[in-house]
Design a protein around this ligand. Sequence first.
Ligand code: ATP
Ligand code: MG
Length: 697
Amino acid sequence: MSTAPGYPRWQTAPPTAPHIEAQKAVRDARSPRDPLAAEPSRRRVYRLRPPDGAGRGASERLRAMLDEEQLAAVEGARGRALVLASAGSGKTRTIVATVAHLIETGVPPEEILLVTFTRRAAREMTDRAERLAGADLSRMTAGTFHSVCRRILRRYGPVVGVPSSFSILDAEDQAEVAAMARDAILAGMTERPALPKPQAIVGWASLAAESGRGVGEVVLAANPRLGDRVAIIEAIAAGYAERKAAMAALDYADLLVLVARLLDEQPRVRARLAATHRWVLVDELHDVNPVQARIVESLAAEGANLIAVADPDQSIYSWRGADPGVVTRFADAAGTRVFPLQTNYRSTPEVVALAQATLPAGNPFGKRLRARRPASGDAPVIAHLATVQDEARFVVQRIADCITEGRAPGDIAVLYRAHHHSVDLQLALAQAGVEFELFSGARFVESAHVKDAMAFCRLRHNPRDELAWHRALRLFDRVGAATAAKVWERIGAEPDPLAAAAALRPAGAAGSGLRRFAETIAAVAATTRPDEIVLHVARADWYRDHLQRTYPNWRDREGDLARLAELAARAPGLDRFLGDLQLAERLEADEDVSGPARRVALSSVHQAKGLEWPVVFVLQVEPGSFPSGWAVSEGNLDEEERLFYVAVTRAADELYLCRPIAARRPWDTGADAMVLNSGQGFLDRDLGDLVEEWSVR
Ligand code: ATP
Ligand code: MG
């Protein structure tokens, strides 16, 4: 789409009449001063030489903490350099040392730009580099791509028509703006289709912008069932972009895309930024998306030094647009010097050997790794179990043993592929009084879909539970807060609200949602088994449509509900089921205020990236769970293999891979039921003496 003349260039669709006032405001808000005018272009930069002996070797202090290969990488870090190495080989340590080395050789901190994957990593690495260099690094730029881009746009945005006073929309704001766009479009339609939730549309629009694809293409790839609604989703995405522009607001994707465009189109800005950030350091290049890669490459093309570290075997964010090919292209680009690191410092030789044996196929660099630490005599354990409940009991018991043997709770982590795999363990740990810290998803009992299904159990259990009725009602098509309140007013006045709700016979097209509601309540009223209620909701077409429309990760959420149904099936009745879960909720809430004591970590593998623990458990290493069922059924196993590799390589001393047979049985969703073949698991190959096998009884 072309840009309307006189309108901000970052807007993709021409504005419509109502936005003209806002549009003027955007123009007025633009800084009148050319941000490049401060330094007239005819002035040449005369660069002072670094004070004392730049280019000399690393200091004694740095030498003492690095091995030969790491030292070579630190001292050779200029021009284009790529530290390419496997997990635990000191990549992050090398990048921290490089920062310290640059400072020690006289590079001013403000010339260094350090890009990391999380804000926490930026903080930690800056602290470590400060201590190493013994210098104040507050003038160094360190942060995620998003925060770095925000700073750049504050300064140079006006050059591409972005007012320097732009606001940033968080996820909730984004959804609200998209909802406004949707409502405006639906207002002009007689037949209103069922549409994905605004946050899902925003997610696709962002992924499209960041991967340079069309919104329609991204939508179809994410959910082929939306084929008939692609055009309207595209229109909503366009309306969303328009409104953002009228509000002078940017979303997260805009931050990246606009900086990339700024660098592409404005050679003077590019030169200026490359002169400011003469040293660009990137941790975890393997999880960078194409726009992010373009940004750092633009700076490098302008003469900035570009130093990156990567392990393509740990690329686990392709679902968010990361492109593992970035590493290969970086390595192959002219002038790149590649520094391999081949010693693993993190793990015992036993863990390293297993990691090597299960290394993802198609490793383009043939990396080899030798273990530095002495053998521990403890091979990684494969624990064979019958059920996930046994798994939870096993992990709790082993954790207790480890703590008795002298480990601190903070030395222990339990990792899993999907948040819902941790549910049984969360309950078992709470029961055993073991405190834990969650690094994945919302707490199970607090997540929206679990609360949805629980609402039906609650209203079945206590038909006066007004909150549960409201929650349940609003799940249905075209039932908003006002309608829900009206329905409750009517059925709440009856002696038996369940019977009254089941007897509702609303008329007209708008009544279809309420008719389905009445049918659902009739079914719920016919049973007192909590598992039957949960399954009735979870398997209903209207609810599955709701999940798919609302959440990009609907498949994981369906898995959560299957777990909830299993928990419900084990409960002696509705009353106990509700009581147990509400208690779990309170335990968790108490824990949140119990202070910074170090606890056992429960983390998704994604969140565990870059971290390490002496003792690591991995849950449900069974096809259908990990690798996930949909990855198996879609034959998309590469990323799962990398994810498994990340999981294994988090362990320093002890590694337990749990295989509950029951986890292999996928949730039978009728038409979608999957057939799993043996041999699709990570551990189905012959691992010989690399592992010790335990049968847990
Ligand atoms: P990942 O791929 O998981 O991000 P990484 O390659 O970034 O790992 P680091 O986290 O930097 O590896 O290092 C792994 C562990 O090895 C850390 O505990 C680190 O302190 C230690 N380590 C790295 N290099 C050395 C060294 N030369 N001497 C002693 N310990 C080291
Ligand atoms: Mg690292």
